[in-house]
Design a protein around this ligand. Structure first.
Ligand code: MG
Length: 383
């Protein structure tokens, strides 16, 4: 039985994790749940799983929740609530599925309390990969990837050291604007929010769906892979694979390639992370190759999608630059969704903000958060 803390239980990843917990009642105990502002769904999940503790974003929501859940469940709120949950004595593993920087402090608190991490929030490794991996090593805890690509790589590596890797190949669906004939670069400024939110193969939150359309999602994943698997950016490649069946591949030094395949369903990588090193039976994912027919691959179009080069550069330079890329992108995506800037200006905002940044090498967490705040201001000032 694993005692699992789910931070971000009402979001896209969180609700998939809830399904996994429902599938495996004898193996997964939901110890604690944290939500941002959806107290209704949090309450429903609390009634179903009877966790030890829950947390809600805004302290104003606490009294009502406390009344509803009764005395057997502690109710916390805000950033301190996340840290409380992440360090509960009985917790074995903490699933971080909060969008944005809010997951950083609870992630480090969990590591220092000896908890394994299942990381779905990319920001944690993009911004602070060096610190997180160093601390995880120091405290002897595992950092397990929940992102489908990184889970695939982790499954293919199966414990092999970084020295046995020639290249990690992250696959990308290519997003809704993959087709260069239909979506030439000149049309990018006219892309509407509604069109960008239509993703061909995955159903996800809004921020990550826009990131998939700009390919910033893949850029962030390149940096994430660099830290998770301890390889240089030159050994992280991207392949566009529109069917989203091959979730990623490892090319080993002897030329052999291993890939992990299945129909896309986040429940699979979530279950693998929460039950690792076991592989438990689930009927949820079924893949019919005869029906799929062809799997295709192509190089990403870096001219139309400059996000990949920006991410490669940020990952190579390191220090505070990945945090700046991440923060500027968050601001730019929000501005695009609010119709303040056009689709092409998302990348432009990130490029401009990165160019203006004075990089701090080997930063502390405080320096990373300062760079994050600086980047948000600088990116927002441009529009
Ligand atoms: Mg992914």
């Amino acid at each position: 039985m694993k005692n699992v803390v789910i931070l971000g239980s009402t979001g896209s990843i969180g609700t998939s994790a809830i399904k996994v917990a429902q599938d495996l009642p004898d193996r997964i105990r939901v110890l604690a749940l944290a939500a941002g502002n959806n107290s209704e769904l949090l309450l429903e999940q609390t009634r179903r799983f009877r966790p030890e503790a829950i947390s809600i974003g805004d302290a104003a929501g606490v009294p009502k929740l406390r009344d509803a859940v009764g005395p057997l469940c502690e109710v916390y709120s805000g950033p301190e609530g996340l840290v409380q949950l992440a360090t509960l004595p009985a917790a074995d593993i903490v699933l971080l599925a909060i969008v944005g920087t809010a997951g950083l402090q609870p992630a480090l608190a969990a590591i220092r309390a000896g908890k394994d991490l299942a990381v779905a929030s990319k920001e944690i490794l993009v911004m602070a990969g060096e610190i997180v991996m160093r601390e995880a090593h120091k405290y002897g805890v595992r950092v397990l990837a929940v992102d489908s690509e990184h889970s695939a790589i982790f499954q293919c590596l199966d414990g092999k050291p970084a020295a046995s890797v020639r290249k990690l190949w992250l696959t990308a669906s290519g997003g809704p604007f993959r087709d260069a004939a239909e979506w030439p670069k000149g049309k990018f400024p006219d892309i509407t929010v509604e069109r960008a939110l239509q993703h061909p193969s995955w159903v996800m939150g809004r921020k990550i769906t826009i990131d998939s359309a700009t390919l910033f999602n893949k850029g962030l994943e390149m940096i994430e892979a660099r830290w998770l698997f301890d390889v240089g950016m030159d050994r992280v490649g991207v392949l566009v694979h529109p069917q989203s069946i091959v979730h990623s591949m490892v090319e080993f030094v002897d030329g052999a390639l291993l890939a992990q395949l299945s129909t896309p369903d986040m429940c699979l990588p979530i279950q693998y992370a929460l039950t690792y090193p076991e592989r438990l039976a689930s009927a949820r994912v079924q893949t019919d190759f005869a029906r799929l027919g062809a799997l295709t691959f192509e190089a990403p179009d870096e001219d139309r999608f400059p996000s990949l080069a920006l991410a490669r550069h940020a990952g190579e330079v390191g220090g505070t630059l990945p945090a700046v890329l991440n923060a500027a992108n968050e601001i730019a995506v929000a501005a695009f969704i609010n119709r303040q800037i056009n689709f092409s200006q998302i990348t432009e905002t990130v490029r401009r903000t990165m160019a203006a940044h004075q990089v701090v090498a080997h930063p502390t967490l405080e320096q990373i958060l300062a760079a994050d705040a600086w980047a948000r201001q600088t990116a927002a000032a441009g529009h």
